[in-house]
Design a protein. Structure first.
Length: 192
């Protein structure tokens, strides 16, 4: 009777393992793979009188064609001469969980679209601040979204500034600058 219980236990283990393998393959498959699912054979339980090793069903995912997105140019981050330094700058169309969403190198702007610059900083000195501005190429005087952001003394601090006024088509930059006017970082993007 112990042999029968062991066999049933092993057969159930095989069934569970094959289900987990199938579930994992479906979870990690691309959307194209999910549309055309390959038939998967159900595992066959071993006879009750024989002791069988667990059977595992392999699921092969069909290769998906490579999609090459247009990469956004990396932002330019200047070496810091003061206590405040930019660690990372990202421009997007929104904020979720303190990160930029909708990051791209080109933006098609609608009447309600806003652009947000998320900046990660470190501050080795006393509490200070930075300014975020969005400037059209070569025309600092027409900068929009002039936002002053406080930066406490911290090894890592994330903050952001947004604007809905970047409406002129062309090349724009999100610029992070120290309160004394020194440019700390710049991310260039296109508005269409």
């Amino acid at each position: 009777m112990a042999s029968t219980a062991t066999t049933i236990s092993l057969s159930l283990s095989a069934l569970v393992l094959s289900g987990v393998a199938l579930w994992r393959a479906e979870l990690h498959a691309s959307p194209r793979d999910r549309r055309v699912a390959a038939p998967v054979a159900a595992p066959v339980a071993a006879p009750v009188t024989a002791v069988a090793a667990p059977a595992v069903t392999a699921v092969a995912a069909a290769p998906t064609p490579a999609v090459t997105p247009t990469p956004a140019a990396a932002p330019v981050i200047h070496a810091s001469e003061g206590p405040v330094a930019v660690r990372r700058l990202t421009v997007g169309t929104g904020i979720a969980d303190r990160e930029a969403t909708g990051h791209a190198s080109e933006y098609e702007l609608a009447s309600d679209t806003r652009l947000c610059a998320v900046v990660e900083l470190s501050n080795r000195g006393a509490a200070s601040g930075v300014r975020v501005r969005f400037e059209p190429e070569g025309d600092r005087a027409r900068s929009v979204g002039l936002v002053r952001l406080p930066v406490p003394s911290a090894a890592r601090w994330r903050t952001w500034g947004c604007t809905e006024r970047a409406r002129t088509p062309g090349t724009w930059s999100a610029v992070i600058e120290a309160l004394d006017g020194r440019e700390l970082a710049r991310d260039v993007f296109t508005v269409r």
